[in-house]
Write a protein that binds this ligand. Structure first.
Ligand SMILES: CC(C)(COP(=O)(O)OP(=O)(O)OC[C@H]1O[C@@H](n2cnc3c(N)ncnc32)[C@H](O)[C@@H]1OP(=O)(O)O)[C@@H](O)C(=O)NCCC(=O)NCCS
Length: 154
């Protein structure tokens, strides 16, 4: 089975990563910003953003971006990473890759001495809320810009 890895975005894989957004359904496109917008945000937030392409073997199948800090996160939960953007191309969803990517990120959090891992998600439709809760995130009960805030203690 091909290995799942995270790789930097370069001039070589930029176009492929941008095009992954086109694979999502119209509803899913409302849950996550287009990868090109995320990469533009990463460019203007160079120190805070940690964008990576998700590879299955040699093939890019998704995109993930962490914020390495977020001033809105309560201080008692610092140091915390925030899962800012996350998507798996449509044909590769529901195969366990999303959970495996979160495993890789959890390992990074532990290695980096992170206390809490945050994310937020759209509440229209089952996914991705159910996916995050099943993975082990807890609902903080707080909403921000119509998105539910979730967190996980490491
Ligand atoms: C949310 C998202 C990243 C999850 O990625 P994924 O690769 O589909 O996730 P997984 O396959 O690990 O898990 C999804 C579901 O498939 C199930 N699954 C896992 N392995 C499976 C397999 N081999 N066969 C069938 N189902 C499986 C899981 O149980 C899980 O169910 P759950 O949602 O009820 O927990 C993906 O659906 C996505 O990109 N969505 C659109 C963008 C989006 O909403 N991003 C999040 C922004 S907050």
């Amino acid at each position: 089975m091909s290995k799942l890895t995270l790789k930097k975005i370069t001039t070589k894989n930029f176009n492929e990563v941008v095009k992954l957004t086109n694979t999502l359904t119209d509803h899913q496109k409302k849950c996550v910003a287009p990868n090109i917008a995320s990469l533009a945000q990463a460019y203007v937030n160079k120190k805070r953003a940690w964008p990576r392409a998700i590879y299955l073997g040699n093939k890019p199948i998704g995109f993930i971006m962490l914020a390495l800090w977020d001033d809105d996160i309560p201080k008692e939960d610092w140091p915390a990473y925030y899962l800012w953007r996350f998507m798996i191309a449509k044909d590769y969803q529901q195969k366990g890759y999303g959970s495996k990517v979160l495993d890789i990120i959890k390992e990074k959090c532990l290695k980096d001495g992170i206390k809490t891992f945050y994310t937020s998600c759209d509440m229209q439709g089952d996914q991705p809320y159910k996916f995050y809760i099943n993975y082990g995130f807890i609902d903080t009960g707080i909403k921000d810009d119509d998105e539910q805030i979730l967190k996980m203690y490491l």
